[in-house]
Design a protein around this ligand. Structure first.
Ligand SMILES: [Zn+2]
Length: 537
């Protein structure tokens, strides 16, 4: 006997529609909640009357754009995992854009991809939970309760999809044409704004990074300076010679005591005969750009990321000339510049990088280049970079979430971290001084990039180079030479001190290091050597 089936109980909080409706809803949701910085930038300085129309056209164009990105990839089987992944990614992206004022361009995405967990964990905090609840959890819940309605036939599904893509394309073109003049001038004058369009920004930037890495990862790196050979002073050295290069992290010139900052953040170095360069410009605004660039023969003056990443660095080149090269790191690694050379990864605070240095100096031979890569002022948790004894500027921000602190607290914590860098560098100089009866030594310190500490509501670093403020680009740099090193290499330190008052940049590093080591090569360019004109013939 047949019974009529009881009606299915109505599920609460449930949705059902076609895939295309789901894509449209998601596209619109992102435009409304994940693009506030983009709209703020695009509408800046526009009268309210014209602003609304402009905003509406941009909103329509972005919704259509999101739809066009998703539609080719979304099938009955892929749509939910795809959207879940992008919803979470977009929620995080919009948080960091809004919170720190960053732009998700390719170099920032490279930073994100390469950041290690220890660094990244400081960027998570309770403050982001409400934002994530609204922009990730809520849409995930809707997604979970969404039943995909299947068209009756394959042909109908294909027709519907094709028609919806055509419609989105028409909406995109129509919206762009409607505001073409103001949009074109906006994109010309403020090209960086496109890196605020979420999720397009991080998807595009990830694709660029992946493409670049595939191109540069194929095969070995292109050798540079194959003619590198010891110069006459190098060949004539009878005493061990050690050049220590410290690649600083996130130290900005504006807060550097030796550069005239109102606060003395470099009390120990101020007591030592170091030569401080007062106007040094970094190659990039983040480690992933600056670090490889600093070891390349041509850096910012004709910047080409693919060429730099695809080529060997200064380190492999001088190693071929007979310099003993070592890399020591308690940070995120050498970003490829020390490939194939001895490298050590340490944990703990920066002073650990000096462990064993004294005994090593007593037995060292030949010409050595030791590169130290400390954590320095890596944010946002500046307070984790120094031991308690260096908590001298108080109150210091002791929260991973900078926005829970006042600007004064943030600057205090940042300056305390500089005090500690000052201490580590001074300890290094004293160690080299102590060994100077046996070893000729030199120290070069330069930071990789600067930092924003809340000026114009910007934090951290990594803004596109063209619009980055000086605090992210101007870095401290100093040189110290032992008497023996200066004499053996014919360097006039007073002359170098005068040179230090002139502008310099990361582009000078490659050629200056070649000169200090006395490695000769056709790649050497005297115009970029800071010691040129300060050396005895
Ligand atoms: Zn860095």
């Amino acid at each position: 006997m047949l019974h009529a089936l009881p009606p299915a109980p109505r599920r609460r909080f449930a949705f059902s529609a076609r895939i295309e409706t789901l894509l449209l809803a998601t596209s619109l949701f992102w435009v409304l909640v994940a693009n506030r910085s983009f709209f703020a930038g695009a509408l800046e300085g526009r009268a309210p009357a014209s602003g609304w129309g402009f905003a509406a056209a941009l909103g329509l164009a972005l919704t259509a754009l999101n739809f066009l990105l998703l539609a080719p990839l979304a099938t009955r089987w892929t749509v939910k995992p795809l959207l879940a992944l992008l919803v979470v990614g977009t929620a995080f992206a919009s948080w960091y854009i809004g919170h720190y004022g960053i732009y998700l361009d390719p170099s920032m995405m490279r930073n994100v991809v390469r950041t290690d967990w220890r660094e990244a964990s400081e960027l998570f905090g309770w403050a982001m939970l409400p934002h994530l609840a609204l922009t990730a959890l809520l849409p995930l819940l809707v997604l979970w309760r969404w039943t995909i309605v299947r068209p009756r036939s394959w042909l109908r599904a294909a027709t519907y999809r094709a028609a919806s893509i055509a419609l989105a394309l028409a909406a995109f073109v129509g919206a762009v044409l409607a505001v073409y003049q103001p949009l074109a001038s906006l994109m010309r004058n403020r090209t960086e704004l496109r890196y605020l369009i979420t999720p397009g920004n991080y998807l595009w930037s990830l694709a660029v990074v992946a493409g670049l890495d595939t191109r540069t990862a194929t095969g070995p790196k292109r050798p540079i300076g194959v003619d590198a050979a010891p110069g006459p002073r190098f060949a004539a050295r009878t005493r061990p010679t050690v050049l220590v290069l410290v690649v600083g992290e996130t130290a900005r010139a504006a807060n550097w005591g030796l550069n005239g900052y109102a606060r003395q953040t470099t009390p120990e170095l101020a007591q030592l005969p170091v030569i401080a360069f007062s106007d040094v410009t970094a190659c990039g605004t983040n480690t992933e750009v600056s670090l490889p660039c600093m070891f390349a023969p041509v850096g910012r003056r004709d910047y080409d990321e693919a060429r730099i990443r695809g080529s060997e660095s200064l380190l492999q080149m001088v190693a071929r000339a007979g310099v003993g090269v070592r890399w020591r790191d308690n940070q995120s690694g050498c970003k490829g510049v020390c490939d194939g050379l001895p490298a050590e990864q340490l944990a703990g605070l920066d002073e650990g990088l000096l462990d064993g240095l004294g005994p090593w100096l007593r037995r060292v031979q030949g010409t050595q280049l030791l590169v130290l890569h400390p954590l320095g002022n890596h944010g946002p948790a500046y307070f984790r970079r120094y031991p308690a004894a260096f908590k001298r500027f108080v109150p210091a921000c002791e929260n991973d979430d900078l926005q829970r602190c006042t600007r004064e607290q943030i600057v205090n914590a940042y300056d305390n971290a500089l005090l500690y860098t000052d201490h580590v560098l001074a300890a290094l100089v004293r160690t080299l001084q102590a060994a100077s009866p046996q070893v000729d030594s030199a120290l070069v310190f330069v930071s990789d990039h600067g930092e924003s500490l809340g000026e114009n509501n910007l934090f951290l670093h990594g803004l596109p180079y063209s619009i980055a403020p000086d605090v992210q680009k101007k870095v401290p740099m100093l040189v110290w030479l032992s008497d023996g090193f200066a004499a053996a290499n014919g360097i006039d330190r007073d002359c170098l001190r005068r040179r230090a008052a002139e502008p310099a940049s990361h582009d000078h590093l490659f050629h200056t290091l070649l000169a200090l080591l006395d490695v000769h090569s056709a790649l050497y360019d005297a115009r970029w050597d800071l010691t040129h004109g300060c050396r005895a013939p």
